[in-house]
Design a protein around this ligand. Structure first.
Ligand code: C2E
Ligand code: MG
Ligand code: MG
Length: 754
C-alpha cells in the first residue's frame, strides 16, 4: 500500500466528507423544490377552489333569482287582475247583465294589451265560461261549460275559499284569489283566478254570486326572452325531461301540490372560468420566476459550496502532505502512528517505526544548488516508495528526513531486510539535473510494543536509534536499544553541564598552539583551541563539546567567549596573528561580523591580527549572510584561513576561486606523507595551486622531522604540530615567547608567499 494507500484513505475520507457535507445542500434543494411544488399546489388549489366556489355561489344565486322571478311573475298576474277585479262596473257588467262589449274591452283585450295575459276567462257564479280571450282576441261569448284543466281546478278551489271567507269590500289585497303553475292547452303556464268584487257599497254582492276572472300566462318564448333579458339566463329553454348538458344549469319548478312541471335550462355564465383564465397564467408565470430564482440561488450556493469543499479538501491535503514530494507529512504520519499503536495496544501484532535521514545531503545542496537538492528529495521519495511493502506508510518529516511505519511486522528480520533494501537503493548514484550525486541514508528503528506504545516515546527512541546510526557511520541502520537511551541521557546531562560551564566559565579554558614559519625561525601566529575541564569526566575534546554546543544552540555563546578570550589575551602578545576557530553555524549568523567587530573593539586587538579559521562547509554554504560576512571581515583586514583543507567535499579548483588568505592542510595528509606517495603529490599540488593564487599554506599535525622537512621543501609557509609545540596555556605560551624562538613580528603571510 504505502503512501498511495494513505492518499487513497484521505481521498476516501474527503469523498465521504463531501457526501456528508453535500447532504444539507441537497436537502436545501429538495426542500426548496418541495416548497415550490407545495406552494404551487396550494395557490392553484386556492384559485381553483375560489373559482369553483364563486361558480357555485353564482349558480345558487341564479337559482334563487329564477325561483323568485317565477313567484313574482305569478304574483304579478294576481296584481294585474286586482286592477280590474275590485271594480263595481266589473261586477255589474259580468253578473247582472253580461255586457259583452264592455267585458271584451275592459277585461279581455285590456289584460292582453296591458299585461300580456295570453288567455282570459270570465266565469259566472257556476264557474261556467261567459267570455274567453286568446292572444288579444275574443274567442267565446255565451254560456259555455266549465273550464277544464288547471283553470277549472283553480276556479273550483276559489269557490270553496269564497264560501269559507268573508269578502271584504275596498281592500284589494283581500280579494279572494288563487294561482298556481301547471299546464294549459298542454303548455306550461302561470294561472291566476280572482273573484270580481264591488269596490263601493253602491253595488252589493252576495257570497257565492261572484263572477271570476282567470288569466293565463304561458311560459313560452316571449316569457323566456323576458326572463333571459331580466336575469341573464343565457339561451334559456324549457324542458320537461332531463336532457341537460353538463355545462348547463337548470331550475326545476313545481306546482303547489309539489308536482314537477318542468325545468328552465340555460348555459350559466360562470365567473370561475374567467377567474381561472385570468389568474392561472399570472400564477404560472409567478411560480416559474420563483422557481427560476430558487434554481439560480441553489446553483449559486452549489458553486460556492463546491469551491468551499474543494478549497477545504486542498487545504486539508496541504495540511497533511508535503508540497515537494506529495507524500504525507509529519501530521499525517502522527495520525497513522496513533491508529497503528491503538491496534498494537489491543495486542494486534507489532509495528516498526523507522526514521530515515540522508547523509551528505547538505553537500548536494551546497555544490549543485537547491533545485538539485529538491530533485534529489523527489527522486528519493519515489525510490523509497518502490521499496515499501504494501500497507506500509511513508512520510516526509521535513528537509532530508523521512519516516516509515511498517505494519504487522513478523520479526526483526523483516525490518532489517527493508532497511537493507533502502540502504542499497539509496547508495546508488542519483542522476540529478544532469549531475551524478552520491548520498547515503541512515535509519533508526524502534519497534512497538517492544520499545513502547506511546507515540512520542516511540518517535523519541527511533530518533535516538537514528542518531546512533549516523554516529556509527558504517552501519547504516540501527535498532533502538535501552543503552542508546542512556547515551542520549548522558548527552542531555552534558548539555546542561556545558550550559553551566558557560555561566561560570572556570571549567573552560583556551589553550594556544604556536604556528611556526616553515624555516622554524620563530612563531608567526598562534591558534586558540577551547578546552573543557569537566569536574567529573576530566578533559573533554573540543570535537565533542563543540558539536554538542552546535546541537543545543550554545555555539554562539561559546564562540563569542572563545573569541573574546583570545583577542583580549593576544592583544598584549608580541605575535603576528591569533587564529580562532569558528563553526559553520556560528559563521552563518547574520550579525556574526558585527559581533566580531564589537569584540575586537572591546579587546583592543587590531583586526589585521585576527585570523578566523573556517571549514569548507562554511565556505560552501553559499548563503547570503555567509558570503557577505566573509567579504565584510576581509575588508576590515581580518584574515580568513580554510581549516582542515582536503577533508571536505569540494574540488581544489573550486576552492581556489574562493577568497581566503590561507589554507591549512589537514593533518590526515601530513600523517601519510611518509608512507603514501599520493599524499606527497597531493600536498605538493595543494601548495603549488595555493601559491599560484596568492594564498598562504599552513601544514597541521606536523609530528616528525621528516614531515617538517618535506613540508618546508615543498614550500609550505607555516607549520603547526606537536613536533614544534603542543597547544599550551596562555602562561605557557608567554614562557615560549620568552625563549629565543619568537619570530620577527613583521613576518606575515604576504611576505611568506612572496
Ligand atoms: P583544528 O582547528 O584543526 O585544530 C587542530 C587540532 O589538532 C587540535 O585539536 C590540536 O590539538 C590538534 N593538533 C595539533 N598538533 C597536532 C599534531 O601534531 N598531531 C595531532 N594528531 N593533532 C595535533 P583539538 O584542540 O583537540 O581540537 C580539535 C578541533 O576542535 C579543532 O581542530 C577545531 O576544529 C575544534 N575546535 C577547537 N577549539 C575550538 C573553538 O574554540 N571553536 C571551534 N569552533 N572549534 C574548535
Ligand atoms: Mg583550526
Ligand atoms: Mg585543523
Amino acid at each position: 500500500m504505502g503512501p498511495s494507500f494513505l492518499i487513497g484513505a484521505l481521498r476516501r475520507s474527503n469523498a465521504t466528507g463531501e457526501l456528508r457535507n453535500a447532504h444539507p445542500l441537497r436537502a436545501l434543494a429538495l426542500g426548496s423544490v418541495l416548497t415550490l411544488i407545495l406552494t404551487a399546489i396550494l395557490v392553484t388549489g386556492v384559485v381553483l377552489w375560489s373559482a369553483s366556489r364563486s361558480d357555485e355561489v353564482t349558480k345558487e344565486w341564479r337559482l334563487q333569482l329564477v325561483s323568485d322571478a317565477l313567484t313574482s311573475r305569478l304574483q304579478k298576474i294576481s296584481t294585474d287582475q286586482e286592477s280590474v277585479a275590485d271594480w263595481d262596473e266589473a261586477v255589474v257588467n259580468t253578473r247582472d247583465v253580461f255586457n259583452r262589449e264592455w267585458v271584451d274591452v275592459n277585461l279581455g283585450v285590456w289584460m292582453y294589451d296591458y299585461f300580456k295575459h295570453d288567455r282570459v276567462y270570465i266565469l259566472n257564479a257556476q264557474n261556467r265560461v261567459l267570455y274567453a280571450m286568446a292572444d288579444g282576441k275574443e274567442t267565446f261569448v255565451g254560456e259555455g261549460g266549465k273550464p277544464d284543466g288547471l283553470v277549472g281546478a283553480l276556479a273550483t278551489s276559489l269557490r270553496q275559499q269564497i264560501a269559507t271567507t268573508q269578502p271584504l269590500v275596498g281592500a284589494k289585497k283581500h280579494i279572494p284569489r288563487t294561482h298556481d303553475l301547471g299546464f294549459v292547452e298542454g303548455r306550461p303556464a302561470l294561472v291566476s283566478v280572482m273573484a270580481l268584487v264591488p269596490h263601493s257599497g253602491a253595488v252589493s254582492q252576495e257570497r257565492g254570486t261572484e263572477s271570476l276572472i282567470a288569466s293565463v300566462r304561458f311560459l313560452d318564448a316571449s316569457f323566456l326572452t323576458e326572463m333571459s333579458d331580466a336575469y341573464v339566463l343565457n339561451g334559456v329553454r324549457f324542458t320537461r325531461t332531463n336532457d341537460i348538458a353538463p355545462d348547463e344549469q337548470s331550475y326545476t319548478f313545481k306546482n303547489d301540490a309539489g308536482e314537477t312541471i318542468g325545468r328552465f335550462v340555460w348555459k350559466p355564465r360562470l365567473p370561475g372560468a374567467k377567474i381561472l383564465s385570468d389568474v392561472l397564467p399570472v400564477l404560472a408565470i409567478g411560480l416559474f420566476f420563483i422557481g427560476l430564482a430558487i434554481t439560480f440561488l441553489i446553483q449559486g450556493l452549489r458553486r460556492t459550496y463546491t469551491e468551499l469543499v474543494t478549497s477545504e479538501a486542498q487545504a486539508r491535503h496541504l495540511a497533511l502532505h508535503d508540497a515537494l514530494t506529495g507524500l504525507p507529512n509529519r501530521a499525517f504520519l502522527n495520525d497513522r502512528l496513533d491508529e497503528a499503536l491503538t491496534d498494537v495496544k489491543k495486542g494486534h501484532g507489532q509495528i516498526a517505526l523507522m526514521f530515515l535521514d540522508l547523509d551528505r545531503f547538505k553537500q548536494v545542496n551546497d555544490t549543485l544548488g537547491h533545485a538539485a537538492g529538491d530533485a534529489l528529495i523527489r527522486e528519493l521519495a519515489a525510490n523509497l516508495n518502490i521499496t515499501l511493502r504494501p500497507g506500509d506508510a511513508l512520510a516526509r518529516m521535513g528537509g532530508d528526513e523521512f519516516a516509515i511505519i511498517m505494519h504487522d511486522v513478523a520479526d526483526r528480520t523483516e525490518v532489517e531486510e527493508l532497511c537493507l533494501d533502502i540502504v542499497s537503493a539509496v547508495s546508488r548514484p542519483f542522476d540529478i539535473l544532469g549531475n551524478s550525486a552520491m548520498v547515503g541514508i541512515s535509519i533508526g528503528v524502534a519497534m512497538a510494543p517492544e520499545a513502547g506504545v506511546d507515540r512520542s516515546e516511540l518517535a523519541r527512541k527511533a530518533d535516538i536509534a537514528l542518531y546512533q546510526a549516523k554516529k556509527n557511520g558504517t552501519q547504516r541502520f540501527q535498532f533502538f536499544t535501552e543503552e542508546m537511551s542512556a547515551d542520549v541521557q548522558q548527552r542531555r546531562t552534558l548539555e546542561c553541564e556545558l550550559r553551566d560551564a558557560l555561566d561560570a566559565p572556570g571549567q573552560l579554558e583556551i589553550v594556544y598552539q604556536p604556528i611556526y614559519s616553515a624555516d622554524l625561525a620563530g612563531i608567526s601566529s598562534v591558534e586558540a583551541l577551547a578546552r573543557w575541564h569537566h569536574p567529573r569526566l576530566g578533559a573533554i575534546s573540543p570535537i565533542v563539546f563543540i558539536a554538542l554546543a552546535e546541537e543545543c544552540g550554545l555555539i554562539d555563546r561559546l564562540g563569542d567567549w572563545v573569541l573574546r578570550q583570545a583577542c583580549t589575551t593576544a592583544r598584549t602578545w608580541d605575535v603576528g596573528t591569533v587564529a580562532v576557530n569558528v563553526s559553520p553555524t556560528q559563521f552563518r549568523q547574520k550579525d556574526f561580523a558585527e559581533r566580531v567587530f564589537a569584540i575586537l573593539n572591546e579587546s583592543g586587538l587590531s583586526p589585521n591580527r585576527l585570523e578566523i579559521e573556517i571549514t569548507e562547509s562554511t565556505l560552501l554554504d553559499g548563503s547570503d549572510s555567509s558570503t557577505r560576512g566573509l567579504k565584510v571581515l576581509r575588508e576590515a583586514g581580518i584574515k580568513i584561513a580554510l581549516d582542515d583543507f582536503g577533508t571536505g567535499y569540494s574540488s581544489l579548483s573550486y576552492l581556489m576561486r574562493l577568497e581566503v588568505d590561507r589554507i591549512k592542510i589537514d593533518k590526515s595528509f601530513v600523517r601519510h606523507l611518509g608512507d603514501s606517495a599520493q599524499s606527497c603529490s597531493i600536498v605538493q599540488a595543494i601548495v603549488t595551486m595555493a601559491h599560484a593564487v596568492g594564498v598562504a599554506v599552513t601544514a597541521e599535525g606536523v609530528e616528525t622531522g621528516d614531515q617538517q622537512e618535506f613540508l618546508s621543501r615543498v614550500g609550505c609557509n607555516n607549520l603547526q604540530g606537536y613536533l614544534l609545540s603542543p597547544p599550551v596555556s596562555a602562561l605557557g605560551l608567554v614562557e615560549l615567547f620568552g625563549s629565543k624562538k619568537i619570530p620577527p613580528r613583521e613576518r606575515d603571510i604576504g611576505s611568506a608567499v612572496a
